[in-house]
Write a protein that binds this ligand. Structure first.
Ligand code: S3P
Length: 172
């Protein structure tokens, strides 16, 4: 998408464990852009971990904070790479805001690889308990949630350098 290509922000969306944080770090380094991660910014502004916020204000409360953070980060003028939480795309207003001024890149990966990556991580409240069952269930619910992106990249058999190179090519 040529029109989106030249924009000075790249927003990474995708399911938990698809590599958004890792890719955002390398992209920011390669481009010399600032990097933001919506979960980290929410944790910083609230002084609480994502899991604590889910426990205290529920998923809906967390989604409100997340939407506010997305709008705030997108409204800044500086070029930036923005990694979003896996559920940031669930609200249409967020999808519209992302598409409005940024190149939106969705990262995909197989359920097997996602499960392997998130298995021993206790920071994701939606996956606690039977991690594999939860990943499979939520992936099914969100089957098409990331399709709105300008570019959809399956990272299952790509390393982070190949992912970044492909994103930067799309931007030319
Ligand atoms: C969520 C993904 C998480 C975090 C929260 C909810 C989701 O971010 O925002 O646990 O609903 O997919 P990551 O995608 O960075 O794990």
């Amino acid at each position: 998408n040529h029109e989106a290509g030249r924009r000075s922000k790249i927003v990474l969306v995708g399911f938990m464990g698809t590599g958004k944080s890792t890719v955002s770090r390398l992209l920011a380094e390669q481009l010399g852009y600032a990097r933001f991660d919506t979960d980290e910014e929410i944790e910083r502004s609230q002084g609480k971990r994502v899991a604590e916020l889910f426990a205290e204000i529920g998923e809906a409360g967390f989604r409100d904070l997340e939407s506010g953070m997305i709008q705030e980060l997108l409204s800044r003028k500086e070029p930036a790479i923005i990694a979003t939480g896996g559920g940031a795309v669930l609200r249409e207003s967020n999808r519209e805001a992302m598409l409005g001024g940024s190149l939106v890149v969705a990262l995909k990966a197989s359920a097997e690889q996602i499960i392997a990556r998130v298995q021993s991580d206790s920071s994701r409240p939606l996956l606690q308990g039977d991690v594999a069952a939860n990943v499979n269930r939520i992936m099914e619910q969100r089957k098409h949630a990331y399709d709105f992106a300008h570019l959809v990249l399956d990272t299952t058999s790509l390393n982070v350098h190949a992912v970044c190179a492909t994103i930067l090519q799309t931007r030319e």
